[in-house]
Write a protein that binds this ligand. Sequence first.
Ligand code: 13P
Ligand code: SF4
Length: 304
Amino acid sequence: MNDLQNRIQQLKKEKNAVILAHYYVHDEVQQAADYIGDSFYLSRLAATTEADTIVFCGVSFMGESAKILSPEKTVLMPDETADCPMAHMADIDRIRRLREEYQDLAVVCYINSTAELKCCSDVCVTSSNALKIVKNLPNHNIFFIPDENLGRYVAEQVPEKNFIFNDGCCHVHAAVSPEQVRAAKAAHPAAEFLVHPECRPEVLELADYIGSTSEIINHASASGSSEFIIGTEMGVLYELKEKNPHKTFFAPGSALCCPNMKKITLEKIIHVLETGEGAVEVPEETIDRANAPLNRMLALAAGK
Ligand code: 13P
Ligand code: SF4
């Protein structure tokens, strides 16, 4: 272990801190973490951890969600400018207008969203539980925010409901084109194409498997295939290679890179642990309102 990793371990003990990291952060940040996972796993951990301090190695909506689920804890973001552009891509006035238009509207909010959007929503979802949760909602009319691609992926599997889509997307996943996927398949004909539902519908059509980051990792690990084309951010390669040292992974076109996730460094983790800077502040009223859709997600995903 190098000096930076040692210093982090020492500070963690001193502060009774836990380090949570999303699969998209740099490899060395994943190495420093106590837990690595997808958005759903990390939000469940944030709601239940015994630690006094959570260092969240991810983007703003993740730290905000952790604070909303565990308001008594200190949540530190190593880089406060690490934000997900898609988290802002929905309009509160449109939500109000649609609620007037459709009496039974459910506003289903992907966890990749600001706390303000969560406050105006009925339930949160992540890519690993969106289908299960939407299927089980009593509402017929669904306004899915902010990701149109994930919304359309869910809608296709729930034809009995009426979906209203929102004009938002992840610029990292939406950049993958069907042409890139076809070229990668031609170059690696034995490879399975595993893809995240934030990609465009015409890319999902070419998939052998569609899932969240951890579902992609689990699928590749359980599969009998030895080659895979990975349609999600390249950070997942760390865990994929750890779990599958003899399997080979390719990207469709150039590797997908989320510039905001990559802002997190070991030095910044040390800095926030030493100084207490980067603490997430969410107004009490926002916590009260945004807590309900997040907790509803946790309950519905657990099948309650
Ligand atoms: P998951 O980890 O839930 O698959 O989310 C992907 C993502 O884009 C997180 O920002
Ligand atoms: Fe946001 Fe996309 Fe980056 Fe995830 S990968 S944090 S959705 S920009």
